[in-house]
Design a protein around this ligand. Sequence first.
Ligand code: ZN
Length: 243
Amino acid sequence: MTTEAELKAAADPQILSDLVLANRILYALGVVDGYGHVSARDPRQPEHFFLSRALAPALVTADDIMAYDLDSSPVEDRGCELYSERFIHGEVFRARGDVHAVVHSHSPTIIPFSISKTPLAPVYHMASFIPPAVPVFEIREVAGMTDLLIRTKALGQALARTLGNGPVALMRGHGNVVVGTNLKYAVSRAYYTEVNARLQLQARTLDGPLTFLDPHESAKFNGGKGVNPERAWDMWVRSVQGL
Ligand SMILES: [Zn+2]
């Protein structure tokens, strides 16, 4: 298969329709605004992934979804603008065979944790997938002074190294990347990472020391994957169908 139409025709149609919904849900939940993006890889075609052309997430339709290879190159040149940070997706998919969905956002409440010495840590059960200290990608260490965007494969690879085998990495002064075995997990995790950051900031105004989830507690949620997102997903889908 070489054309975008062939790749889309061969994909599980549920994945393509869920990808459109994921864009709208992330906007409705306040994880993305006019910027940020979400991608999906079809287990049937693991050397490719699907991602919209450069567009505000709430405006993405099925026709805007393009097919990319793992070099983050579009399978077909539509002559349209592409997300400059598409390399986040290609390099995370390349590094992580277990990952089938990637969310990149500038979700606001995680930003303070990306520029401080306070690690983002799991505050409550809905964010049990968060490790005891979320890693932070410092782009200066690999590229010096930049505009902070992941504009190359090399930067995408460096970010993927910081992510490691985890579910989330922060990007200093920029945003975060969240991954999942499917779109439902990735979207849910992106949302609850944002909520967890909000709660952690609130908790720091109260008397400490704070008690975070223990890894033994986190492991009891779905084998460490976190709360199953199915129920919330069905509600989120319903809530965006009028958008
Ligand atoms: Zn970004």
